[in-house]
Design a protein around this ligand. Structure first.
Ligand code: ADP
Ligand code: MG
Length: 698
């Protein structure tokens, strides 16, 4: 068998239909793909249990024994089959809800079987539902069964009899074949340096482990290989880009930047803002394209850094634009920037979906003539009619809200790509950034402007409504404004609206003397704008909203953020929402309201939120709780690759080692041309043709 090229439909137990399913559902089309489809868990069948050993935390067990008798219980659709099963010392109930006829016809009392399944407690007694049953005489000795692999399959596959067991049967003979040895994919010196298991043994043992120890070593090797090649690929890309990239040069710091800095800036820059501006200044002076990610917690002053970077572009005769994910945010940027710039003489314009055609025409014209210096807007900037004379810098705010495709459309607006500054207030843990944004330079604003008091976060259960209302009243009397946010579930938008509207009504009835704004995603932009504006201007005291206010909105006088049904928000979303307050000089509060019964994870989220305001600490915790696949920001933008075996939350240390190793190798042999590195070049080109273009990660 040619494991690299052979079509899997010719394998025993596959055939055209199942081959097609494997391809469409899992992306597997060669035996090698199957070998690289690793089990997601293993179940220990290396020993037989006695039933009296079962305890509350017993996972899967196998037991030798006999069925004493069957019994059918209930009628029709509620019918189930039970059996008493004994191991000679004690007994347990087996239960079937489906396939009753098959079971009674094929299995008989008083015959030695091996059953296998997961005991669950019901009414204080244990039972096993739908156990696997095999004739004891046909079951190999336990020490030959070992750890059994379990594979993820889809519903569609299961309904075509392609379940985990079937996959195991398909993969087994392939594993037998490769036992003779397949070509190694890591150089010998790496295997030696880190005492890694070779590829053949690793693949054999990851599917059919001899024991727990060989499994650990096999997984170790495969994880390392996975992380190492990702890093090698990213770093080589970076090197290549460093050598070949051409970018506009902004040689001078000129009139606009200097005047703004000296005469217009209403406050001192923080140390972190100064440091980041220096980093950017260096980038745009090199003649290479800047590709920089700016991470900074909510309220850390990223907008100002963006504005001053845009002034660098303008000083050098280029245009700049900033794109934000929502109309509210773009509008606010526009207002903020105009406030900052006053009469400096920089021409700015706002372009969003609701900009009237009449207003668009002059904007388009002035962009093409170069009269317009800075364009601020939403997705509307991406439209083909939006053409610049000489776009030198693109800033993207809340970059994770945009898809890779959308973002890259912006820098295709020039024949020579502009400098790029992407900003995010969703801090990404180091390990994730190294993988996800391995080819971006990263700047961090890790300091808030002075004078901010840390936000006090409290967790309230729903039954504390009275106290909560008292608190709201007191804050409003002190002249503060209040946000009350309701969750938005995508599955049932109607219901959300009801939640929000009921909430609105409740707030109105409870505080009849206060004025209230309500904002949600279904409002027309003009209405949204009006409601927002009433809150911004202080006309309304309370803003009832869904998460549309999550990003960017800046109302320094708002000092209380109340999050209803806080259990329905992720950590980073909670943190983002909290960032809407604490922007003024007053003490601010974030109140998380939940029901009384909470899942462990939810409890943890509340605990973390009340403990810390540090976005990086929160995102690390988020990564630990949820795992990297679900991280906010990675899903929308799409991970550029999928990890099959490594786990960024657990394997951070290994990732660093893999990265350092890749770096050392590329420093010594950038072309990967030496004899011992040939295998790297070969494997890399194979992997790269299988995945998407790394160059578009940013
Ligand atoms: P974010 O990083 O969340 O985008 P913003 O740029 O909106 O933060 O800044 C939050 C607030 O802090 C704004 O009102 C801004 O004017 C103010 N700000 C920014 N930099 C400073 C500074 N160095 N000193 C004082 N206030 C600042
Ligand atoms: Mg911002």
């Amino acid at each position: 068998m040619d494991i690299y090229n052979q079509d899997i439909k010719f394998l025993a137990g596959v055939g055209p239909k199942k081959a097609e399913l494997l391809r469409t559902e899992l992306g597997l089309s060669t035996p090698e793909d199957l070998l690289r489809y690793y089990p997601y868990k293993y179940v220990d069948r290396s020993r037989f249990y006695y039933l009296h050993e079962i305890s509350a935390d017993t996972a899967y067990i196998q037991v030798k024994g006999q069925i004493v008798k069957f019994e059918k219980v209930g009628e029709g659709r509620n019918q189930r089959l039970t059996a008493i099963f004994t191991d000679g010392k004690s007994s347990i109930e087996l239960v079937w809800f489906k396939g009753i006829k098959y079971i009674t016809e094929n299995y008989k009392p008083r015959i030695d079987y091996v059953i296998f399944g997961k005991p669950t407690a019901f009414n204080g007694k244990y039972n096993i539902a739908h156990p696997e049953i095999e004739l004891a005489s046909k079951t190999p000795p336990a020490d030959q069964l070992g750890l059994q692999p379990y594979y993820n399959t889809s519903e569609k596959m299961k309904s075509s009899y392609l379940n985990s067991k079937a996959l195991q049967k398909i993969i087994f003979p392939i594993v037998q074949q490769i036992k003779l040895g397949i070509p190694e994919t890591l150089p010998a010196y790496i295997l030696k340096k880190f005492a890694l298991m070779n590829l053949t043994d690793s693949l054999v043992n990851v599917h059919f482990p001899k024991n727990a120890d060989t499994l650990r070593k096999a997984r170790q090797r495969l994880k390392f290989e996975e992380l190492f090649y990702i890093q090698l690929s990213i770093l080589r890309q970076t090197k290549w880009r460093d050598m070949h990239s051409v970018g506009f040069v902004f040689p001078i710091i000129g009139h606009y930047f200097n005047t703004f800095y000296k005469d217009y800036l209403p406050f001192e820059l923080t140390g972190a803002q100064k440091r980041v501006l220096k980093e950017i200044r260096l980038d745009v002076g090199t003649g290479k394209q800047m590709n920089r990610l700016l991470q900074g917690d909510v309220g850390s002053g990223k907008t100002l850094v963006a504005l001053m970077t845009m002034l660098m572009a303008v000083d050098n005769g280029y245009q700049a634009c900033i794109m934000a994910p929502t109309e509210i945010l773009a509008t606010q940027h526009f207002v903020t920037i105009q406030d900052f710039l006053k009469d400096l003489g920089v021409n700015t314009a706002l372009l969003t979906g609701s900009t009237k055609p009449k207003e668009r025409v002059p904007i388009h014209k002035q962009l093409q003539s170069g009269e317009l210096h800075i364009l601020i807007g939403t997705h509307a900037l991406l439209e083909d009619v939006v053409q610049f004379k000489n776009l030198g810098l693109v800033v993207i705010d809340e970059q994770h809200r945009f898809g890779v495709e959308q973002r890259s459309r912006l820098w295709k607006k020039n024949s020579q790509p502009p400098h790029i500054l992407v900003m995010t207030a969703t801090p990404i843990p180091r390990t994730l950034a190294m993988t996800l944004y391995g080819d971006l330079s990263v700047s961090v604003i890790d300091e808030l402007p002075p004078g901010r008091k840390p936000i006090e976060t409290l967790h309230y259960f729903e039954n504390k409504r009275q106290a909560l209302n008292g608190f709201i009243a007191k804050q409003v009397e002190l002249g503060r404004q209040i946000y009350i946010v309701y969750p938005l579930i995508q599955e049932s938008e109607k219901m959300d609206l009801k939640n929000l509207e009921e909430g609105y009504q409740y707030v109105q009835e409870t505080f009849p003397h206060y004025k209230i704004s309500m904002v949600h995603g279904k409002l027309k932009p003009a209405e949204k704008e009006y409601q927002m504006q009433r809150f911004v201007s202080g006309e309304t005291q309370i803003m009832v909203a869904t998460t549309v206010i999550e990003v960017g909105v800046n109302v320094p006088n708002a000092s209380v953020m109340i999050i209803e049904n806080a259990e329905r928000f992720g950590l980073s979303q909670l943190h983002q929402l909290r960032g809407r307050v604490g922007r003024g000089a007053e003490q601010s509060y974030c109140l998380l309201i939940t029901g009384f019964k909470l899942a462990t994870d939810t409890r943890k989220r509340m605990e973390i939120m009340t403990r810390t305001n540090d976005g990086f600490e929160i995102s690390e915790a988020d990564l630990q709780i949820r795992g990297p696949g679900d991280m906010d920001g990675t899903q929308q933008s799409g991970m550029p690759f999928e990890l099959k075996i490594a786990n960024l939350a657990q394997d951070g240390k290994m990732l660093e080692i893999a990265r350092n190793t890749a770096m050392e190798i590329l420093d010594e042999d950038p072309q990967l041309a030496s004899e011992e590195n040939l295998v790297l070049a070969k494997q890399l080109s194979k992997l790269n043709t299988n995945t998407m273009n790394w160059g578009t990660i940013s």
